[in-house]
Write a protein that binds this ligand. Structure first.
Ligand code: FRU
Length: 504
């Protein structure tokens, strides 16, 4: 398969055809990373949801598999997660061949149309052949709806200290934690989130996991919560909370809570008071892989590279949307406090087509770094001659179209400007500039840009500020230019790695 249509990502996951939104059921099992996704195979707009399916050995190159879950009499198949039932707690597999278990939301259209409030429930399906075929459980739904319209996106994980499963569920304006010994019978443990964090929209697609704090022997729990609308730059985005989880309740860290509470309360429909995993417009509904082997130890994340503000109308013809690059998440102490840090997975480094090392030099207004790759991984170390100077990395084509990834010193913010990045006629919410805070005080700037034909992902300061944005130029951006006032910045080191297409 070539997958070389206009705007088709060359090293990011896309569905072969049709519509895609959230990543679902991410689980590692017997040497394969599984990726399921919200999918409508029939058209390129959101409509009756299925779980599409793909597998990979490295989270970069994907093999498309047949659709895993089809809508049934209980409803469409909304977002959810998958686990390996290693101890056969459900009795659905055996100890020797444990079941792969998917827990997802049923969205019942008839119920919704009839004006009911209980049309979202949680269902279960299992596979005994490495995810190649799936059985829906006969007792579905396994978790009924208590009468709340938004009751969805179960993320299930094994809680070893209590020898039980925990389901983290998005419930309108908060998270509910449920527990189970067997994945089939669920009991409400506690709620979290009313009145704290960003509330400019409905809470969706949560995740809960433990991470070591780098440079210490401490561990903390991270709770991801996607929200739509109400993101920091409008539309959908993913916020997070740091704290502790005791098998029943999530309690935020004092310092994290104080920071959140010191931020201004958002106006309705906006949401500027969260702490965000990614400040760009196009990283939504992301969660992490289950069952990654302990000796690997990484917490691996992938998000949907779009935004509900315009996802249904972006100009790609055969398919709609891509996923972000897979990322490793870690917890680091920063001048702003403990923060989640994101980096592209190291597996990306095996897709090198060519490497150009850049010479150290002082920038005189503008410096062309490269003009031949449309898919590349750029790393730069920039040193300002004095504080308070701006710079930008301009990606452009021969059609007078460009995207700018830059730093605004007076606001101490990174930004992505896609005002003139090609077609944005499809939505008046698409163009414009998006901002993300710089949270470190280091003198020099460490920047990494992962660029595909229709997207840029910025990992600044070692991944402490992350911004993801998509765009639709008439031709891919191949010219990379560093722009700064004469003598304001020194390029101390840099490298541009052209990347291979994963489809060849
Ligand atoms: C998030 C979301 C989920 C839901 C799914 C439906 O993007 O709205 O809450 O399960 O998409 O496709």
């Amino acid at each position: 398969q070539q997958f070389d249509e206009q705007h088709r990502s060359q090293f990011h996951f896309t569905p072969p055809a049709g519509w895609m939104n959230d990543p679902n059921g991410m689980v590692y099992h017997k040497g394969e990373y599984h990726l399921f996704y919200q999918h409508n195979p029939d058209t390129t707009i959101w409509a009756p949801m299925h779980w599409g399916h793909a597998v990979s050995k490295d989270m970069i190159h994907w093999e498309h598999l047949p659709i895993a879950l089809y809508p049934d009499s209980l409803g469409m198949i909304f977002s959810g997660s998958a686990v390996v039932d290693v101890n056969n707690t459900s009795g659905l597999g055996t100890k020797d061949n444990p079941a792969l278990v998917a827990i997802y939301t049923y969205h019942n259209m008839e119920g919704e149309r009839a004006g009911r409030t209980d049309f979202q429930t949680q269902g279960l399906a299992y596979s005994l052949d490495n995810g190649r075929s799936w059985q829906k459980h006969q007792a579905n739904p396994v978790l009924k709806n208590p009468g709340i319209r938004d009751f969805r996106d179960p993320k299930v994980a094994w809680y070893e200290a209590g020898k039980k499963w925990i389901m983290t569920l998005a419930v309108a304006d908060h998270i509910s934690f449920y527990s189970s010994k067997n994945l089939l019978d669920w009991k409400l443990e506690s709620d979290f989130g009313k009145g704290i964090g960003a509330h400019g929209g409905v809470w969706e697609c949560p995740d809960l996991f433990k991470l070591p704090v780098e440079g210490s022997d401490q561990e903390k729990w991270v709770l991801l919560v996607s929200i739509n609308p109400g993101g920091p730059n409008g539309g959908s985005a993913t916020q997070y909370f740091i704290g502790d989880f005791d098998g029943s309740r999530f309690v935020m860290d004092r310092q994290f809570e104080t920071t959140l509470k010191s931020k201004p309360v958002a106006e309705a429909g906006k949401g500027h008071e969260g702490i965000w995993l990614d400040y760009g417009r196009d990283n939504y509904a992301g969660v992490t892989w289950a069952n990654v082997p302990e000796q690997d130890g990484r917490r691996l994340f992938m998000g949907w590279m779009s935004n509900w503000d315009y996802a249904n109308v972006v100009p790609s013809e055969k398919w709609r949307s891509a996923m972000t690059i897979a990322r490793t998440l870690s917890l680091e102490n920063t001048p702003a406090g403990l923060r989640v840090v994101s980096k592209p997975v190291k597996e990306l480094e095996s897709y090198v087509a060519a490497t150009n090392t850049l010479d150290a030099q002082t920038i005189s207004d503008s410096l062309v770094l490269s003009d031949k790759f449309s898919a590349f991984d750029l790393s730069l170390e920039l040193e300002p001659a004095a504080a308070g100077r701006d710079f930008a990395i301009e990606l452009s084509n021969g059609r007078n179209q460009k995207v700018l990834v830059g730093y605004n010193a007076s606001q101490n913010q990174y930004y992505i400007d896609r005002t003139n990045a090609g077609d944005h006629s499809f939505s008046d919410k698409f163009g414009g500039i998006q901002y993300g805070p710089r949270i470190v005080t280091d003198k020099s700037f460490n920047l990494r840009l992962v660029v595909d034909v229709a997207s840029v992902e910025l990992f600044a300061d070692g991944g402490k500020t992350t911004m993801t944005a998509i765009y639709f130029p008439d031709e891919p951006f191949t010219t990379v230019r560093l722009v700064a006032a004469k003598g304001a910045y020194k390029l101390s080191s840099g490298k541009i790695v052209g990347l291979k297409s994963i489809w060849n």
